[in-house]
Write a protein of this length. Structure first.
Lengths: 225, 227
């Protein structure tokens, strides 16, 4: 006992934390789009590829979705130097998160591919749509309506996942919170403020994504679940 | 590479295998307790959130705030926060208890959402029909809603369980003796990181892969039943 909660000392570091949050967002966005890119390739292979490629992707996805992201990054960061690949903490986290995201986003995007029905494509063909028209008017609106909610959900999960980077010494939001903690020893205040910033940035993300989803893709999305 | 091969017999000694087995048990225990508690309290949250009376309004408000907050804080940050709260107010020193409590808090929020979406997947007409037959709220849930909703609840709850097996890896950060921490200890003892982290990657895989398969199988089976 005898501990009083005082925020004044920690609040001085608020701008420092917010700049850390920007780095978190940067990691999340880079890893998300990297994951989207590889996920799209994998999902295409899963849907249209030959048997060998298909099985390889299945192995990749099962492995990465069934092991913790933290341990994957540990492996990249500590084990790869043994074979001569040295990664900076930031790169290790980014590559780890991208690989992990690729596996999850592959599954999500594949579900999107499967949501297009052959009838719809046939109907588009009957109406003499060109390929671009098919993609623009038939495939994309359908896919995006199905895909957008789970994708934005995964983005939120990834934003929270970036806190792992702190363990490897990347100075993002949690990393900076750890720094402040060791400087001021105001642990409860620092981490509650950090938690608050995480709540705010994910809330803003949910809000914006729900707006985009509702306006552009007619997806059913709610801000508060 | 040769060095790695030489190390393998030294690594897989009886002592190390028992050590890793125990750590695996801790990981599993942490997840099972968390999900069990999460299921019970999450169910309560979902049930109370569907109530209508004005008296329970503050409770519903609290439930919404609770789920929204705990689903938006990274597990690592909540672990550290809990850890320091417990340390500073000298409640307990047992790291396992702290980690379990954090897992429970977060699992309650997530599973509460899963159960709520399961309850909401049941058509409003069913509620109306049950109300017309003068069922009490408890009766509606027991006789009408849950017999249908559990098929919607179970598959995502299963994938949540798997997610938490993986997320408990973060508990190594406050020093709980689970799989990831065991690997760190082995690594610090001088075993090659490739071997120690590679082994626990395989162990995590062994832990979650059967569950993942079973969850997918169940999802398929329940979905075909429903249509």
């Amino acid at each position: 006992m005898g501990y009083t909660i005082v925020y004044t000392q920690v609040l001085e570091f608020f701008p420092y934390l917010v700049r850390g949050a920007l780095i978190s967002l940067q990691i999340a966005i880079l890893a998300f789009f990297g994951g989207m890119f590889f996920g799209l390739i994998f999902a295409t292979i899963r849907t249209f590829g030959n048997r060998l490629m298909n099985n390889l992707v299945i192995c990749y996805v099962t492995f990465f979705t069934n092991t913790p992201q933290l341990v994957q990054i540990y492996f990249l960061f500590f084990a790869l130097p043994e074979v001569g690949i040295l990664l900076s903490p930031f790169m290790a986290v980014l590559i780890g998160m991208t690989l992990n995201a690729a596996a999850y986003l592959c599954e999500i995007q594949r579900a999107g591919f499967l949501s297009i029905r052959q009838n719809e494509l046939d109907a588009a063909k009957t109406l003499n749509f060109t390929l671009i028209q098919q993609v623009k008017y038939v495939i994309l609106p359908h896919i995006m309506k199905v895909l957008f909610p789970p994708l934005s959900n995964h983005y939120i999960i990834m934003t929270l996942g970036t806190s792992m980077a702190a363990i490897f010494g990347v100075e993002e939001l949690t990393g900076r919170a750890l720094n402040i903690n060791s400087e001021t020893f105001r642990s409860i205040e620092v981490f509650s403020l950090t938690a608050l910033i995480y709540i705010v940035i994910t809330f803003i993300a949910t809000f914006l994504l729900a707006l985009i989803g509702r306006y552009f893709f007619k997806a059913k999305m709610r801000i508060i679940q | 590479m040769e060095r790695l091969l030489e190390e393998i017999p030294n690594f897989f000694t009886i002592w190390n295998i028992i050590f890793l087995g125990k750590a695996m048990g801790v990981t599993l225990l942490l997840t099972v307790i968390g999900c069990f508690v999460g299921f019970s309290f999450g169910g309560l949250l979902a049930i109370f959130r569907k109530t209508k009376g004005i008296i329970l309004l503050p409770l519903r408000f609290f439930i919404i705030i609770y789920t929204e907050i705990f689903r938006r804080i990274p597990f690592l940050v909540s672990l550290l926060l809990m850890f320091y709260v417990f340390q500073i107010f000298k409640i307990t020193d047992n790291l396992f208890v702290i980690a379990t409590l954090t897992v429970c808090l977060i699992a309650t929020a997530y599973i509460g959402e899963i159960i709520r979406s399961g309850i909401e997947s049941i058509n409003q007409t069913q509620w109306d029909a049950a109300e017309a037959m003068n069922f009490s709220y408890y009766q509606v849930l027991r006789e009408v809603i849950f017999p249908q909703a559990w098929k919607v609840i179970l598959p995502p709850a299963f994938s949540f369980f798997i997610m938490f097996i993986k997320d408990t890896a973060l508990a190594s950060q406050i020093g709980v003796m689970e799989l990831t921490f065991a690997a760190k200890i082995l690594n610090n003892k001088g075993f090659s990181p490739m071997l120690s982290f590679g082994t626990i990657l395989v162990l995590y895989f062994i832990l979650s892969f059967p569950l993942d398969r079973f969850g997918k199988y169940m999802e398929k089976k329940l979905a075909s039943n429903r249509n």
